[in-house]
Write a protein that binds this ligand. Structure first.
Ligand code: HAM
Length: 434
């Protein structure tokens, strides 16, 4: 039978069997962010279309091709958020956060929406965790951001990641670089795709986003054009000093990083530091996360000149890699399964409700035969079963069976809590990543 409805293309249902891993990854991220002293911010899933058009850049792929844009019944031009930074800056201005302190450290987690062609690691609804520092241009803020970025990956079990970094300088640097790039690519104009030719006119930096293998070869200096011009060659003195300070800060913290001259990021609001982490095992969509400085963004939204720096990490890709690499934790087993007999059928829900104040407890809603209940306990991954034998119950006792060892003990009602504590909480819950 053909189903009438399926989840829209590019979206997924996250079912209970995999949600444990998501919750684990989210909890780990929250722990790290809390320890860094960042405050959580939750902004709407949709905003004025203009907010994103103005900040991400009219020529960016996100705005040109990937925006979920719609008009609501009140004729408002809105868009599902493709990213979080513009919303955070909008909220920062709207609520006058500048008056409540000079520097704000914020984080967010939630779904973003981009109308891309779905493939491995690329979805139309995907999840990001991100952080922003608003209110300081100090290179120390960039360094803290990159340290936090790396520590999040570390908390999820990713080892030996190298952060790629570059500097985009000021808008003038970018304009100067755009000219150089245009001149450099001019002889190869006819070999470029229609998209890239158009970008060469509107915003040459966006040509560097290409995924076309021929164009990539060209950009890597293998197309007879010689080496591609570098942003660092046209950097102004202040941006250069800033970049040196960031790199020195990373060295001091022992954070592995390398220069990537082709790194320009996909959104147009970046200034100075830009960084990314990739994992080639992901294939074409290899970026696990990225970010950078956006010193002009808040001003572009009509606020006072206010510097900012931040990053976002794609949780779908993180989870994908965790599963492929086998360092995703096993979902924690359910706790205890209560098995009732005919004469104790009514006791099971009562006891379950009381014990659920503390423990993970399951029982058979259908009150089937004991054998069926035992099978259900096993299938549900219970650590132990609590048998409510009729005679034992009359005496005020239950039988507890440890399903891993098979050891059985008779416990008085008063002793249940102590026995369950020993059985269920006696050792750390969950599995450590190797
Ligand atoms: P972004 O590089 O556009 O940056 O996205 C960050 C991460 O989100 C990517 O590295 C990737 O892991 C994930 N991602 C992006 N698109 C998709 C997709 N279609 N499917 C699955 N995952 C995806 C930003 O969004 C900036 N707001 C980062 C930032 C914060 N810059 C400064 N502050």
């Amino acid at each position: 039978m053909a189903l009438k409805h399926q989840a829209p293309r590019g979206t997924r249902d996250l079912l209970p069997a995999e949600i444990g891993r998501w919750q684990w990854a989210e909890a780990r991220a929250r722990d790290v962010l809390e320890r860094y002293g960042y405050g959580e911010i939750r902004t709407p899933l949709f905003e004025d279309y203009e907010l994103f058009a103005r900040t991400s850049g009219e020529a960016s792929e996100v705005v040109q091709k990937e925006m979920y844009r719609f008009t609501d019944l009140g004729e408002r031009e809105l868009a599902l958020r493709p990213e979080g930074t513009a919303s955070v800056c909008r909220a920062y201005l709207q609520h006058g956060l500048a008056q409540q302190g000079r520097i704000h450290r914020l984080w967010y987690m939630g779904p973003m929406f981009r109308y891309g062609r779905p493939q491995k690691g690329r979805y139309r609804q995907f999840w990001q965790v991100g952080a922003e520092i608003i209110g300081t241009a100090a290179p120390g803020a960039d360094v803290e951001m990159i340290a936090l970025f790396v520590d999040l990956f570390d908390a999820w079990g990713f080892k030996d990641l190298t952060v790629a970094i570059n500097s985009l300088g000021t808008p003038e640097t970018r304009a100067r670089y755009a000219e150089r790039l245009r001149a450099w690519l001019a002889p190869a104009r006819e070999r470029l795709s229609a998209d890239s030719r158009q970008r060469l006119e509107s915003n040459p930096l966006r040509v560097l986003d290409t995924k076309d293998p021929d164009e990539l070869r060209l950009l890597h200096g293998e197309g007879g054009l010689g080496p591609m011009p570098r942003l660092l060659e046209v950097l102004d003195d202040e941006s250069r000093a800033h970049f040196e300070a960031v790199r020195a800060g990373l060295v001091a913290l022992g954070i592995a990083h390398e220069l990537d001259h082709g790194l320009v990021r996909g959104l147009d609001y970046y200034t100075r530091t830009a960084f990314e982490v990739h994992d080639r095992a992901l294939g074409a969509q290899s970026a696990l996360g990225g970010g950078g400085r956006y010193d002009g963004l808040i001003e572009a939204l009509g606020g006072p000149a206010t510097p900012g720096v931040g990053f976002s990490i794609g949780l779908d890709r993180v989870l994908l890699m965790m599963e492929e690499r086998g360092f995703a934790p096993e979902p924690t087993a359910a706790g205890v399964f209560i098995v009732a007999m005919e004469g104790t059928r009514l006791v099971a829900p009562m006891l379950a409700r009381a014990l659920r104040q503390v423990y993970t407890v399951d029982y058979d809603l259908e009150a089937r035969a004991v054998n069926a209940q035992m099978k259900a306990a096993d299938k549900g991954g219970a650590r132990a079963v609590m048998l409510l034998g009729e005679e034992e119950w009359q005496r005020g006792e239950v039988v507890l069976k440890d399903l891993r060892t098979g050891v059985q003990q008779t416990v008085s009602l008063e002793g249940i809590v102590e026995a369950l504590d020993r059985l269920l909480l006696g050792e750390p819950q969950g599995t450590e990543i190797p």
